[in-house]
Design a protein. Structure first.
Length: 152
């Protein structure tokens, strides 16, 4: 792997590990999650400089889109959850926030995961191993009290 590919893979795996930690905290230690949700958005926002670096370096769009989408999701999420918090997850669901939030989150995850197949299969598998439980915890965390506005 090149240095650029290592940076991409490290960012992808680190954000997955951070999301897994946050969703686990939200499940088992909600007070910690409520105080630390901003960390997820802040770290995901680091996708902006990484994506710009990859873009300016002439890398394939397959590499710079994921970090940039991750940063967009982080900015949007920080806005609706932290800077101007509102009850958008429901009930009732505020679809004008929910749809772009979920779309940015989902596509950011996919554009961080798919390129790993060609870069490093072990990193691809590691991403999947982190993505599955963080998705289960994330969805499960919204099946109860949907008023939680501490992140993702």
């Amino acid at each position: 792997m090149t240095g650029i590919e290592i940076a991409f893979a490290t960012f992808g795996l680190a954000t997955q590990a951070l999301l897994l930690g946050f969703f686990a905290a939200r499940r088992w230690w909600p007070r910690i999650a409520a105080r630390s949700g901003w960390v997820v958005y802040a770290c995901a926002g680091l996708g902006a400089p990484l994506g710009v670096w990859l873009l300016l370096d002439g890398q394939s769009w397959r590499l710079f889109v994921g970090p940039l989408l991750t940063a967009l999701w982080a900015g949007f999420g920080a806005t609706v959850d932290l800077w101007r918090p509102r009850r958008w997850r429901g009930p009732p669901i505020a679809w004008s926030v929910f749809v772009p939030y979920v779309a940015l989150y989902f596509w950011a995850q996919m554009f961080m995961w798919w390129p790993l197949w060609d870069i490093e299969r072990v990193a691809w598998a590691g991403f999947l191993a982190l993505f599955v439980p963080n998705t289960v915890l994330n969805i499960g965390g919204h099946s109860g009290d949907a008023s939680d506005a501490s992140g993702s």
